[in-house]
Design a protein around this ligand. Structure first.
Ligand code: AMP
Ligand code: GLY
Length: 423
């Protein structure tokens, strides 16, 4: 088969790497792709939001299956467009991607279907929102309704922070139109985890649960980022609780969508807070997690194409999905991320890192300049290691990270600490 992957991050690099191992795959294209993919995929210079150009490329190059990494083209309706043009594509339609594209839509769906989530109010008027905030007090969470690239949620532990966030979103419009509608929600305390499922409209194939580390600094300090590191599976959630999460959250969401005539196909990746009162949805995403996917791909035993084609009505044996053990991904980031940072800094040591057993380095934000690999993003590389125990996987990922260098390189030192220390 001829495959077309859309996206340019470490998630897409990991997908391309795994697709290249499939005996059913003959050729892979990636738009726009990244330098790390070059051994397996031909890069195509089309941006992820150039939907018509992407569809035309797929037609002209006899692509059999297109796989979408990031949320933006999904929210913009790439799946509808490809299907209208008779092209097979992995992902939800525009209506399904609303689950990620609009927090207000998702909140309404969850609440009306009785799916547990934080209590919330939605506002389009700044003064009313401010009055509500003054009554509610802190801690509280302020979220821009639209898509703000993972930066649109402010967890405010005091009222001044909450009011400042509200003003920045609704008055200063730092996220543009994405902040014209704001959701103010109850603060949930607990362990935050991820549930990933491949969905075919009615049924789903559950992946292992995972845990990401969203804050920039150790001990969950600093700003929210796209994700600083993740690991899978989770030893602290037992089988019964896992079943409950998939049934009460994933299955119930698919059912609620179906009642609205939305057949959800593709990935549903849900952030969940395990509170003392049970699991609560923080948000739904309608694409693979990054950096979770990098860990999943390293642990996946089955052909990724078969797994993706579950969304198209294929069958997969869930009991043989994974090889034994654990996988950990670690984001190596530019100094300053998630704020302003420099690009164009030379990177070295990737080959040395990859000489370690069961270590893989996926590119997140890199470029080639004068034949030299350089940084070209906030998250620069995603280092992944697997091992028979979580301890070994964690140890190996840090051993690998120490071999890599670029000026100002940052990473968290405490990935998987909750599972390892029980705290
Ligand atoms: P979101 O953009 O909704 O994924 O939120 C970003 C991050 O903010 C989440 O991954 C959580 O760590 C945190 N967060 C969001 N909503 C809540 C909440 N209601 N209570 C506590 N933390 C939250
Ligand atoms: N792992 C965070 C995200 O993909 O949104």
């Amino acid at each position: 088969m001829r495959i077309f992957v859309i996206g340019s991050g470490a998630r897409e690099h990991a997908l391309v790497w795994k697709l290249a191992q499939s005996t059913r795959v003959d050729k892979i294209y990636a738009a726009p792709g990244n330098p790390g993919m070059q051994p397996y995929a031909e890069r195509v210079h089309i941006g992820v939001s150039q939907l018509h150009e992407l569809a035309t490329f797929a037609e002209q190059n006899a692509i059999d299956y297109t796989i979408v990494g990031p949320e933006v083209p999904l929210i913009e309706g790439i799946v509808n467009l490809f299907r209208q043009r008779g092209l097979k594509i992995f992902g939800p339609t525009k209506a399904g991607a609303e689950l990620e594209g609009s927090k207000a839509f998702t909140k309404e769906l969850l609440t009306s279907a009785g799916i547990p989530t934080a209590q919330h109010r939605t506002f389009s008027d700044y003064n009313l929102a401010l009055q509500y905030l003054q009554r509610h007090g802190a801690p509280v969470v302020i979220k821009a309704d639209g898509n703000a690239s993972g930066k649109g949620a402010i967890v405010a532990h005091d009222e001044a922070t909450a009011q400042e966030a509200l003003k920045q979103m609704m008055v200063d419009r730092i996220f543009g139109a994405a902040g014209d509608v704001v959701v103010i929600e109850e603060y949930l305390a607990g362990d935050e985890i991820g549930a990933t499922a491949i969905c075919n409209g009615t049924n789903f194939l559950p992946f292992y649960l995972s845990q990401d580390h969203k804050r920039a600094l150790d001990n969950d300090k600093g700003l929210n980022t796209g994700g600083m590191g993740a690991y899978t599976p989770l030893s602290f959630v037992d089988a019964a609780q896992t079943d409950r999460i998939y049934k009460e959250i994933v299955e119930a969401t698919l059912y609620a969508l179906k009642e609205r005539n939305i057949d959800f196909t593709g990935v549903l990746y849900t952030n969940i807070m395990l509170t003392k009162d049970g699991p609560r949805v923080i948000e739904h995403n309608t694409r693979f997690g990054d950096p979770e996917t990098q860990a999943f791909m390293v642990l996946l035993q089955q052909d990724i194409l078969d797994v993706l084609e579950f969304a198209e009505g294929g069958t997969v044996d869930p009991s043989t999905l994974w090889r034994p053990g654990y996988a950990v991904s670690l984001s190596l980031t530019a100094n300053g991320y998630p704020g302003a940072y420099r690009s164009g800094l030379p990177i070295s040591g990737i080959e040395e890192a990859e000489e370690l057993e069961n270590v893989y380095v996926f590119h997140a934000g890199t470029a080639i300049k004068d034949d030299q690999l350089v940084t070209a993003g906030g998250r620069v590389l995603s280092v992944v290691a697997s091992g028979p125990t979580l301890e070994e996987a964690v140890q190996r990922v840090y051993e690998a990270a120490e071999k890599i260098h670029f000026e100002g390189m940052c990473y968290r030192r405490d990935i998987a600490h909750r599972a390892l220390t029980g705290k």
